[in-house]
Each structure stands twice: as structure tokens, then as C-alpha cells.
Design a protein around this ligand. Structure first.
Ligand code: SF4
Ligand code: SF4
Length: 172
């Protein structure tokens, strides 16, 4: 008999929040910021300290400091988890949404240079979604492909993972 799907199984199949595919940062307390900086994690400076994503403490889809992770990581519940908890989403359906999210995320990664993260590409796309139009030839084709892949990823993340106030596309 297959094992029942629980929240832990969903998150360890996913990791998209820690990888920076959904958000730019998670808020930290001052003590947490000191701890994460000591662990080599990049900090985000906004109206308080934050953990900048992608988090380097993610290994594959698993947190390497799970028992000591910051409060924001313990508290965060994406839309998939919230609907799963609320009984609106069966485990298999939640897994399928996560698998699609990872496929769309991989499709973006395949178009990026190794040194660029999905989070960085998303920020550039948000600042200038029509950037590809200013280019010509192969550069234009490559940039348009990336814009399409990012749009597909963000539509899926908006529809299933982000809360209403955090959606990026205005279409989900
Ligand atoms: S995005 Fe949701 S399902 Fe995926 S790892 Fe984060 S909390 Fe878990
Ligand atoms: S500390 Fe762990 S749970 Fe938090 S973002 Fe990094 S990898 Fe994810």
C-alpha cells in the first residue's frame, strides 16, 4: 500500500519557496539574521532583516538545518499546503501541482546561465517584462523564450502557491 502523503512529503518533493522561485526573501529577526549570516546565507535588506532566496542551506529539495531553521521557514504555508490542510486538495493532486511547478522551474533554469538564479531572472523580468522586444536576432529569440518560460512559471505559482497580495501576473 502506498504511503499516505503528508505535508512533509509535499515539501520535500518541492523546495520551491527556499529555492527562490516564489519569493525574493523571508523576514528574519535580528538574532536570526546574525545566525543565518554566520551560516553563510545572504541577507536581504528591506524594512528589516531578511533571508535572501535562493537559500544556500537548501540541498536539493531539503533544508540542511531543518531543526534550527528560522521562524519564517517554520511558519510559511504556501497555497498548496493551505488547501491541502483545509481538505480542498487531495495529496495526489497537491503532488501533481508541485511536480508541474518543478517542471516549469526547470524549464526556466535551462534557459539561464549557471550563475543566474530563477529569483534574479524573475526580478529582471518584473522590472522590464518587454526587455526581449529591444533585442534582435538570436538574442531576441533567447530573451523571448525566457520571458515565456518565466510567465508560465509565475502563472502557475500565482494560481497555486502565492497568496492574493503576493501574486505577480494579475492573471491567476
Ligand atoms: S512552496 Fe509550499 S509545498 Fe513547496 S516547499 Fe514551500 S511550503 Fe512546501
Ligand atoms: S533555512 Fe532551510 S527552510 Fe529556511 S529557506 Fe533555507 S533551506 Fe529553506
Amino acid at each position: 500500500m502506498p504511503e499516505a502523503i503528508d505535508e512533509s512529503a509535499l515539501c520535500t518533493a518541492c523546495g520551491l519557496c527556499c529555492a527562490g522561485s516564489i519569493f525574493d526573501f523571508g523576514k528574519l529577526t535580528d538574532d536570526e539574521a546574525r545566525d543565518m549570516a554566520a551560516r553563510g546565507a545572504p541577507l536581504w535588506s528591506g524594512d528589516g532583516p531578511g533571508l535572501a532566496f535562493p537559500c544556500p542551506l537548501l540541498d536539493g529539495t531539503c533544508c540542511t538545518i531543518y531543526a534550527e531553521r528560522p521562524g519564517v521557514c517554520r511558519r510559511f504555508r504556501c497555497g498548496v499546503l493551505r488547501r491541502f490542510d483545509g481538505g480542498e486538495l487531495e495529496g495526489e493532486a497537491a503532488m501533481a501541482i508541485i511536480a508541474t511547478g518543478r517542471q516549469l522551474d526547470d524549464a526556466v533554469r535551462e534557459l539561464l546561465p549557471p550563475e543566474q538564479s530563477v529569483a534574479e531572472a524573475r526580478r529582471a523580468w518584473r522590472e522590464d517584462p518587454e526587455h526581449w522586444r529591444s533585442l534582435a536576432g538570436p538574442e531576441r529569440i533567447a530573451a523571448a523564450r525566457l520571458a515565456m518560460a518565466l510567465t508560465a512559471l509565475n502563472l502557475h505559482l500565482d494560481r497555486h502557491f502565492r497568496s492574493d497580495k503576493k501574486k505577480l501576473t494579475g492573471m491567476a
